[in-house]
Ligand binder design. Structure first.
Ligand code: ZN
Length: 206
């Protein structure tokens, strides 16, 4: 199934640089920072950073729509809210490539289709393991759920701390950014929204 995700998968990029090119770029950054990439402590750093990048950005090689659409089941009759709270994630901001660390709360009101809760966490991870801005990631998670599960509504709330704000720039540790996207019943029905907000605030800080 084709994804509507505006972020291209790495496989869609025409010329992915080689591993050796990536490592040489990291050597350049080490020199630019003022250090000597040939000193003993840094010899293996380019290879380690490249491997870390494979982990940080593993989401480019995965299709979130496919993950959900191959695993949902058709369920008649279950129409209560499904909520997964405190899904911890690590992402990187697309402006500074600095870590964004936070948690996502994801809910939907099923119509016919449901997925296992581990898939909700996978979905968050696939979008987190890309270069992101938090607002975009919030929309991508909500819209993908809406598109595949066709539920009566979707709610996504993300709270995260941005290391580009805490360790550089204006240096404001302890701040967290909260973003949300409410679709369908979560947007239109105040009691549904209240139920969701009350569940996530009970779980808050656990
Ligand atoms: Zn940033």
């Amino acid at each position: 199934m084709a994804s509507k995700d505006p972020v291209p998968a790495a496989s869609a990029l025409s010329e992915r640089p080689s591993r050796a090119e990536a490592e040489s770029a990291i050597r350049t950054l080490l020199r630019w920072a003022g250090d000597d990439p040939d000193r003993e402590g840094l010899l293996d750093t380019p290879a380690r950073v490249a491997r870390a990048y494979e982990e940080f950005f593993a989401g480019y090689s995965k299709d979130p729509v496919e993950i959900l659409s191959t695993t949902f089941s058709e369920v008649e009759g279950y129409d209560e809210m499904v909520v997964l709270t405190n899904i911890r994630f690590e992402s990187h901001c697309e402006h500074h490539m600095a870590p964004i660390i936070g948690k996502a709360h994801v809910a939907y009101l099923p119509d016919r289709r449901v997925v296992g809760i581990s898939k909700l966490a996978r979905l968050v991870d696939i979008f987190a393991k890309r270069l992101q801005i938090q607002e975009k990631m919030t929309v991508q998670i909500a819209d993908t759920l809406q598109q595949v599960l066709l539920p009566k509504g979707v709610a996504v709330v993300i709270e995260a701390s941005h290391e580009c704000m805490t360790t550089r720039g204006i240096h404001k540790p302890g701040t967290s950014l909260v973003t949300s996207r409410m679709l369908g019943a979560f947007r239109d029905d105040p009691s549904t929204r209240r139920e969701f907000m009350s569940i996530i605030s009970q779980k808050h800080g656990e």
